[in-house]
Design a protein around this ligand. Structure first.
Ligand SMILES: Cc1cc2nc3c(=O)[nH]c(=O)nc-3n(C[C@H](O)[C@H](O)[C@H](O)COP(=O)(O)OP(=O)(O)OC[C@H]3O[C@@H](n4cnc5c(N)ncnc54)[C@H](O)[C@@H]3O)c2cc1C
Ligand code: SF4
Length: 340
């Protein structure tokens, strides 16, 4: 049995108290613990203090704001809540789909949106026991000096395997971060498209003393079709080994709908999501029979999976093409959703 290392636990009641607790020690934030605690058991990190977000009522809640132009979600909301929430299902159905696809019902009831956004990067050579890792001499992320995925590589390419992040990038969502500056609480807002870095060791723009408090999703002003697709060996529990978030904004309805804006975002390639060029889709009718293959071709051309997670990279690349083609074809058949 893998045991947790010893740590002190702080359980603040307000965001201000949590920020103070975070600034006074080498502390880590603990939300649902479904990613952090297994990582502690694997000795991927051994923080002296965990600051629990469990009692922060300010991080919970889902609401429409700014005249129903923005969907606000607290980072402490569980994935189960997001998956079932009527407002999310109507206004951001692809986010509900992504949340519903994470792990298992038990984990989704504990896991939070903030934890999913800040999920540590994953790699087949590091998400192992300490004994397993020591047998191959560690790597850049686990106390060694080499990368086992990219020979001679000096950058960690461990994969961002969050299910919600590609969707949040595709929806042009933003993250609100709180920090203490000269003793007073400050907030800054960062677009998800700019929040992730290509270094798997430190893959977000979050500063050590910051807490993510809220996710803001701008809503469609016209007809929109969006979805999220992931592939994993088993239909439940498993992390995605490829994932694609799609969003098409349209002019017109049904068969006449024309693509005016589109986002295609691919996950699990490296430490940040890949935004694929959508030029091939612009101006086409949603029902244009060449659209699925055009988008799939762009994904295949621009996305080259690495051997950083299980299953061969060429197989995962082929899957990306097939799943994208099927997802676009499915979206072309359904009516527009999410329009507000
Ligand atoms: C068996 C199993 C299967 C899984 N399958 C999937 C899957 O299919 N898809 C998937 O995406 N994930 C999966 N996960 C990972 C995990 O369950 C989810 O990503 C979950 O959403 C993490 O949320 P949490 O609240 O438990 O985060 P925690 O484990 O508490 O925290 C994760 C990280 O986020 C940081 N953090 C948490 N909240 C904040 C905040 N508000 N501000 C700043 N930093 C914060 C923590 O400090 C920590 O570094 C799986 C986990 C397990 C054990
Ligand atoms: S990508 Fe390389 S450095 Fe990063 S965890 Fe994997 S083996 Fe280690």
């Amino acid at each position: 049995m893998l045991r947790l290392p010893r740590f002190a636990l702080e359980v603040p009641e307000t965001v201000g108290q949590a920020l103070a607790a975070l600034s006074t020690s080498e502390a880590r934030l603990l939300a649902g613990g479904t990613d952090l605690l297994p990582n502690l058991k694997h000795r991927l990190e051994t923080p002296s203090t965990l600051v629990s977000l469990h009692r922060l009522a300010a991080l919970r809640g889902i609401a429409l704001d700014e005249g129903a132009r923005v969907l606000r979600l607290g980072t402490g909301v569980t994935l189960a809540t997001i998956a079932h929430d009527a407002t999310v299902k109507v206004h951001a159905p692809s986010l509900a789909e992504a949340a519903a696809s994470v792990a298992s019902p038990q984990i989704r009831r504990t896991a939070t949106l903030g934890g999913n956004v800040h999920l540590d990067t994953r790699c087949r050579y590091v998400n192992q026991t300490a004994l397993w890792r020591s047998a191959i001499g560690g790597c850049l992320k686990s106390g060694g000096t080499v990368c086992h995925v990219v020979e001679g590589g000096q950058n960690c390419v461990a994969a961002l395997s969050s299910d919600t992040v590609p969707v949040l990038v595709a929806l042009d969502a933003e993250l609100v971060l709180a920090s203490l500056v000269d003793g007073s609480e400050q907030r800054r807002t960062v677009p998800f498209a700019r929040y992730f870095r290509s270094d798997g060791l430190r893959h977000t723009e979050r500063a050590r003393g910051e807490i993510a408090t809220e996710v803001r999703v701008p809503l469609a002003t016209g007809p929109r079709r969006a979805t999220y697709v992931k592939w994993r060996p088993r239909a439940t529990i498993d992390f995605p080994l490829v994932s694609i978030a799609l969003r098409f904004d349209l002019d017109g309805e049904h068969d006449e709908a024309v693509v005016t804006d589109a986002r295609v975002v691919v996950g699990v390639l490296g430490s940040r999501p890949r935004v694929v060029s959508t030029a091939a889709a612009m101006g086409l009718r949603m029902r244009d029979e060449t659209l699925p293959e055009r988008v799939a071709e762009a994904v295949w051309r621009e996305c080259k999976p690495l051997e950083n997670v299980p299953y061969e990279a060429p197989y995962r690349r082929t899957l990306l093409r097939v799943l994208t083609r099927r997802a676009v074809a499915r979206l072309a058949r359904v009516g527009a959703v999410g329009a507000t």
